[in-house]
Design a protein around this ligand. Structure first.
Ligand code: BT5
Length: 269
């Protein structure tokens, strides 16, 4: 079986057209978590746009300290950003990142992708990418943000833990071939930068509109678990701050912030 070659930095850089994201890239064979490393590097002053990539993570993290399986062949990366955004605007970064990943996949491989609130990208209802953002803010001012992205690229599904496999897919599984990870990263960085410039330039509405056009859950009955609470209703919108708006059975509207929303389709009420 062919084994994916390690990601080659110079191959990403060759034709990279960004001014910010990926201008500095550090590639590692193995780290505990690219997010943890990026956080450390940001704390000691790493420049905005710095990207940390690892071939594998021994302690990859999802939200609320959940485990993120990171076998070799995937794309596990973190980007350091220093946006002038207040804390309430940070979830916008998750939405723009999932949009950038979904668009990269559909453009390169002609695969139909779906974004799932708040932090996933799906192919055929299965998770191909998860995003985890860490924000460092003080007194309402954002010092730095780490955008962690995990993409199941060139991995076999049986390299994922059994309980994860059922709801996951990989690009290799969908395409029945390996992808060029450097080409993928170049396009991803370009798309992220484009949306980031729009977001930080006060033009988030068109980004959100595009995100919604790929969001399969709006208009469906959903069950959201947020901080131990279960909320069922009709998902009617995602607002400018990335909160999901649900219409409950009694007609009242409920806003769920993206912190720990986890969403699944439910039968009609
Ligand atoms: C996420 O959390 O989806 C965020 C994942 C972020 C991973 C990246 S990789 C680079 C960077 N460094 C890190 O340490 N993390 C970031 P959440 O929504 O909480 O989903 C976690 C759940 O997804 C787990 O509980 C599993 O059920 C499932 N899962 C774990 N590994 C997976 C994988 N490789 N593919 C699909 N699903 C997975």
């Amino acid at each position: 079986m062919p084994r994916t070659e390690p990601i080659r930095l110079e191959k990403i850089k060759e034709k990279l057209q960004t001014k910010l994201i990926g201008k500095t890239i550090h590639c590692f064979s193995e780290v505990a978590s690219t997010n943890d490393l990026a956080k450390e590097m940001a704390t000691i002053g790493a420049k905005e746009g710095t990207v940390i990539i690892a071939e594998t993570q021994t302690s990859g993290k999802g939200r609320l300290s959940r485990e993120w399986a990171s076998p070799r062949g995937g794309i596990w990366l973190s980007t350091i950003l220093r946006p002038e955004l207040s804390g309430k605007d940070i979830p916008k970064l998750t939405l723009m990142t999932s949009l950038a990943v979904a668009k990269t996949i559909s453009q390169l491989f002609n695969l139909k992708t779906e974004v799932k609130w708040p932090n996933d990208v799906l192919i055929n209802t299965r998770k191909v990418c998860g995003i985890l953002i860490i924000a460092n803010t003080r007194g309402g001012v954002t010092n730095f943000v780490v955008v962690g992205i995990g993409i199941n690229a060139n991995i076999e599904l049986d390299s994922l833990p059994k309980q994860v496999r059922e709801n996951a897919t990989s690009l290799k599984h969908e395409l029945k071939r390996e992808i060029d990870r450097e080409q993928f990263l170049r396009l991803l960085f370009e798309k992220m930068e484009r949306y980031y410039v729009m977001l930080t330039g006060g033009k988030f509405s068109p980004v959100l509109k595009e995100w919604k056009s790929l969001c399969g859950f709006l208009g469906s009955y959903v069950e959201v678990t947020s901080w131990e609470e279960k909320i069922e209703g009709l998902a009617i919108d995602v607002d400018e701050n990335g909160a999901l708006i649900i219409r409950l059975q009694d007609g009242t509207l409920r806003k769920v912030l993206s912190g720990d929303g986890s969403l699944k389709r439910s039968k009609e009420l």
